[in-house]
Design a binder for this molecule. Structure first.
Ligand code: PLP
Length: 402
């Protein structure tokens, strides 16, 4: 049986070259980079090389603008908390309804327990941000705007540069969660209005547990972790040396593959999407067709459950993810799909396929061959499906493309 890993937005495989490079830093050069003796080997130097690699990937001029963290979540939390701490008179935050929980859950906490006002900007049916609502929410009370660069579920890309310039006019800081964008979209922070940007190693073929936060030079900053003087006192804690070295190499490789990602991977994604949609009625792709990550395809299969699709896909070796989060026994569609107003019967049956530079044509063809019969099989069992197709006429469940 073939298999296909189509869940790269959840996490990627550590590139074998990355793994090989870091192994000696567990077993031979395991010293603390702050120590004077030779067990640290050249590790301090390797950390600075890694920083230069991350700088190159983001188009960052100064090494002091990159802070290594433990993950995307830490970078996101640090950016927002820092912005609030340095501007105590500004008590408002702007974000979007479709952010990752790394942002939404912190905003919820700040709203409930710290008295901040949070503006959640809505999106339309294609996941595009409402620029009118954004402009209306911006004011001199806003300390920070945090808008994701690209959505993890649909791949929709926000116009973050325009939004950052608008924030600047009101004196607000602008942060972007670029965890899904880094390595897939060419970035140049030197020509950007973005003040802070988060990234995560495990989304670009480095291990889990390493991330980075870009902080533009001149931006006032308050650390979240206090302790030793690591990262120039801006993120205390002994460095995750293997993670940082891995992230550096992964950044070099992401830069090398940027073109490939936007041509070959994009073509594979398009082939996958078209191949499935051509065979399956009552199915459609989600997200902004014009501004979308090259590797992501979110497909709604109406009248069936995403979890059931995933289970059957998994039986034939296909790993994908659903747009639904299973909470306390009730299956709720994801907040992203609900915010986009995707009808319930479609949102429930949404599957995200996310590719990477490691995805092969054979894997894509396997998914194209396996998915349609699985959908058909499940529809035969669906209470919403009759001998001649969907049986519901109720508006709430009306098919979008009937
Ligand atoms: N932000 C986005 C958009 C993500 O997709 C993720 C991970 O899924 C994160 C943040 C969190 O990153 P990490 O797992 O490194 O904390």
């Amino acid at each position: 049986m073939s298999s296909a890993y189509m869940d790269n937005n959840a996490t990627t495989r550590v590139d074998p070259r990355v793994l090989e490079t870091i192994l000696p830093y567990f077993s031979e050069y395991y010293g603390n980079p702050s120590s004077m003796h030779s067990f640290g080997g050249d590790v301090g130097k390797r950390l600075e090389e890694a920083r230069a690699s991350v700088q190159a990937l983001l188009g960052v001029e100064h090494d002091s603008e990159i802070i290594f963290t433990s993950c995307g979540t830490e970078s996101d939390n640090t950016a927002i908390l820092s912005a609030l701490a340095i501007q105590p008179s500004r008590r408002e935050i702007i974000t979007s309804v479709v952010e990752h929980p790394a942002i939404l859950s912190l905003c919820d906490h700040l709203e409930r327990h710290e008295g901040y006002k949070v503006h959640y900007i809505p999106v339309d049916r294609l996941g595009r941000i409402s620029m009118e609502a954004y402009a209306a929410a911006l004011s001199e009370q806003v300390a920070i705007v945090s808008m994701m660069y690209a959505n993890n579920e649909t791949g929709t890309i926000f116009p973050v540069e325009t939004m950052a310039r608008m924030a600047k006019e009101k004196g607000a800081l602008f942060h972007t969660d670029a965890v899904q964008a880094v390595g897939k979209i060419a970035l140049n922070m030197q020509e950007s209005a973005i003040d802070m940007l988060s990234l995560s190693g495990h989304k670009l073929h480095a291990p889990k547990g390493i991330g980075a936060l870009y902080v533009r030079r001149g931006t006032r900053y308050r650390p979240m972790l206090r302790g030793g003087h690591q990262e120039r006192g801006r993120r205390a804690g002994t460095e995750n040396t293997t993670g940082i070295i891995a992230l550096g190499l992964a950044a070099d490789m992401a830069l090398e593959h940027m073109e490939y990602e936007n041509t070959v991977v994009r073509a594979l994604r398009d082939r996958l999407e078209a191949g499935i949609l051509a065979q399956v009625p009552y199915a459609f792709a989600n997200g902004d067709p014009e501004h979308r990550l090259p590797n992501t395809s979110s497909i709604s299969f109406e009248y069936i459950e995403g979890e059931a699709i995933l289970m059957l896909l998994s039986r034939v070796g296909i790993a994908a993810s659903s747009g639904s989060a299973c909470t306390s026994g009730s299956l709720e569609p994801s907040h992203v799909l609900r915010a986009m107003d995707i009808p319930y019967t479609a949102a429930h049956g949404t599957i995200r396929f996310s590719l990477s530079r490691e995805t092969t044509e054979a894997e894509v063809d396997w998914v194209i061959a396996q998915t349609p019969p699985i959908v058909e099989q499940l529809r035969r069992l669906s209470p919403y499906w009759g001998a001649n197709g969907p049986i519901l006429t109720d508006n709430a469940f009306a098919p979008v493309y009937a």
